[in-house]
Design a protein around this ligand. Structure first.
Ligand SMILES: [Zn+2]
Length: 249
């Protein structure tokens, strides 16, 4: 690591067991972030701050005033601009030493491969299950880990989906829930997006114990949290129900 990187990342380099090797793995990694909304904001900010070498951030939406209670990558001067482009501007100001590749495109089954590019880690910061299914099928086809986060109101959940090691998104959401405007207090995607960044960093570096086959639920109303082991559905069309275990509770 050069002197500037040693300074920039000093406080994480001194975490016992982390060190320069983990930092080099981060700087060599490319991560695909699906969505530059509430979850994408805190996830991308912490991945950029931690020094992940390349972030491909994808969103075809434009910034609206009603986004600004939670989507902290954006601000009032960016109203009407594409969210991926706005995100790239914020992230480059935060950490100019990494690469940010904005993708102002809607994710489809046809273009997901091109959008993910050389990313070996996928982060689900989406707001709908239909697009999550696309990301899930791609992850299973390519054997790539997919870090999932979801929020609703004052609560949220996180898990890490890994082909061959865990059940998949289709098992987590066997049916597509009806679409509608989801209520959100901005601090909720702040919490869950931070956890997405943390799980992604753990997957990249091999540091810590990621949420494989474990689902973390957090309720901001009571500040109760729990982690449960979960199983796939036996006839899942994507993963076939995942491996039988063992999964840690
Ligand atoms: Zn499945």
């Amino acid at each position: 690591l050069d002197e500037l990187s040693r300074q920039r990342y000093l406080r994480q380099l001194i975490i016992p067991g982390f060190g320069e090797e983990a930092q080099r793995k981060l700087s060599d990694a490319t991560v695909f972030i699906a969505g530059a909304g509430g979850l994408g904001s805190s996830a991308a900010l912490y991945l950029a701050a931690a020094g992940v070498g390349c972030l491909r951030i994808c969103d075809d939406d434009v910034v609206e005033l009603s986004n600004l209670n939670r989507q902290i990558l954006h601000n009032e001067s960016r109203l009407g601009r594409n969210k991926a482009d706005s995100a790239a501007e914020t992230l480059r100001e935060l950490n100019p030493s990494i690469r940010i590749e904005p993708l102002a495109v809607r994710i489809t089954p046809e273009n997901i491969g091109e959008l993910a590019g050389r990313a070996l880690f996928l982060v689900d910061c989406l707001d709908n299950v239909a697009t999550r299914y696309i990301l899930n099928r791609f992850a299973w086809k390519k054997g790539l880990p997919l870090v999932h986060g979801g929020i609703n109101g004052m609560a949220g959940q996180v898990t890490v989906l890994v082909p061959g090691k865990t059940p998949c998104m289709q098992c987590l959401f066997p049916e597509e829930p009806p679409r509608g405007t989801i209520p959100v207090l901005g601090a909720a995607p702040g919490v869950i997006g931070s956890l997405l960044a943390m799980e992604t960093i753990k997957m990249i570096t091999g540091f810590g114990e990621p949420l494989l086959g474990r689902l973390f639920f957090w309720d901001g109303m009571t500040q109760e949290a729990r982690t449960i082991a979960w199983k796939g559905i036996p006839d899942c069309p994507v993963c076939g129900g995942g491996p039988p275990g063992p999964m840690k509770p």
